[in-house]
Design a protein around this ligand. Structure first.
Ligand code: PGA
Length: 260
C-alpha cells in the first residue's frame, strides 16, 4: 500500500485527479470504477475542471459504480444514479451506454449481479477503482463480516451505515435496508485501487485498514493483499496511523519518475 498524507482534502483530491487523468490519457478506453459519498466530490470537481480546461477526453471511457440502494428508483434524489449524474456524468463527454450503475429496481437480483460481474469482465476489467471508506471500515457496501472474496450481490446495511446515510432520506428510518454492491473479490480484481479518506471520524477505520490485521471485520483491510493500492488521506484521517512519519518521508522522497 502507498500512503499519501496531505494537509487537507482539497490537496489530496488534486493528487487523486492527477492519477485518474493520467490513466485516461494513457488508455483512452480505460474502465473507471466510481464511488459515491462526500469523499470523492472534490475529485469529481477536479476531473470536470480538467475536462473543461484541457484535453482530458472521456469519450472512450467505460465506468462501473460500486453500489446502489435496492428499491430506490434511479430518479430518487438520494439514489447513487442521481448523485453520479449531478456531480460527474452530466459534465463529462462520457458515452451514456458505457456508464454502469447497479439497478436497484431489478426483479431478479442474483441474475442481475451475475450480469454486472460479467459486464465488468467484458469491458476488460477495472483499471482504477475509486473508493471511500465507511466509519466501520466498509468499502463499497461490503459491511463488516463480508467475505473477503465476495462478488457483486445484495447486502443488508448495518445500523451504523444507515445512520451515516440518514440525511438523504429524512432520517435513519427512511434509509433503505438493502443495497447491491460489488464484492471485495471484485474490488481486488481492479488493476489499481485509489482509496480516499478525510476527517477525524475516518481515522480509526483508516488505521485498522492499513496497520491492523486483515479481517472481514474491517473489509478495507483486504486491500493489504492488493498489489497496487494508493490511499490518499488528509491529516485528520491519518491521525491514528502509527507509521505516519514514515509514509510522509517516503512520499516526499519519491524519485521523479514515480511521482503523480
Ligand atoms: P463518505 O462515505 O464518503 O460519505 O464518508 C464513504 C463510505 O461510506 O464508503
Amino acid at each position: 500500500m502507498e500512503i499519501i498524507i496531505q494537509p487537507d482534502g482539497q490537496q489530496a483530491s488534486q493528487i487523486a485527479a492527477r492519477i485518474v487523468a493520467k490513466i485516461v490519457r494513457e488508455k483512452p478506453h480505460a474502465v473507471l470504477g466510481f464511488a459515491t459519498g462526500n469523499t470523492p466530490l472534490q475529485l469529481y470537481k477536479n476531473l470536470v475542471r480538467m475536462h473543461r480546461e484541457s484535453d482530458l477526453d472521456f469519450s472512450g471511457v467505460s465506468s462501473f459504480n460500486l453500489d446502489e440502494y435496492v428499491g430506490i428508483p434511479p430518479a430518487h434524489p438520494s439514489s447513487f444514479h442521481s448523485y453520479m449524474w449531478a456531480h460527474l456524468f452530466s459534465h463529462l463527454n462520457i458515452a451514456k451506454e458505457r456508464i454502469n450503475i447497479p439497478d436497484g429496481l431489478t426483479a431478479d437480483i442474483p441474475a442481475y449481479c451475475r450480469h454486472y460481474e460479467q459486464a465488468i469482465r467484458s469491458a476488460g476489467g477495472i483499471d482504477v477503482q475509486v473508493l471511500g471508506i465507511g466509519t466501520n471500515g466498509h468499502i463499497g457496501f461490503n459491511e463488516p463480516s463480508s467475505s473477503l472474496s465476495s462478488r457483486t450481490r445484495i447486502k443488508t446495511l448495518t445500523e451504523e451505515s444507515r445512520l451515516d446515510m440518514a440525511a438523504g432520506f429524512g432520517g435513519q428510518e427512511g434509509v433503505p435496508t438493502h443495497v447491491i454492491t460489488i464484492g471485495l473479490g471484485t474490488i481486488m480484481d481492479s488493476r489499481m485501487c485509489l482509496l480516499l479518506a478525510f476527517g477525524k471520524k475516518k481515522a480509526r477505520a483508516v488505521a485498522r485498514t492499513v496497520e491492523g490485521p486483515i479481517t472481514a471485520m474491517i473489509p478495507g483491510s483486504v486491500l493489504q493483499m492488493h498489489p497496487r493500492t494508493v490511499l490518499i488521506l488528509d491529516k485528520d484521517a491519518a491521525s491514528e496511523l502509527k507509521m505516519a512519519d514514515y509514509y510522509t518521508w517516503v512520499y516526499e522522497h519519491k524519485p521523479d519518475w514515480q511521482k503523480y
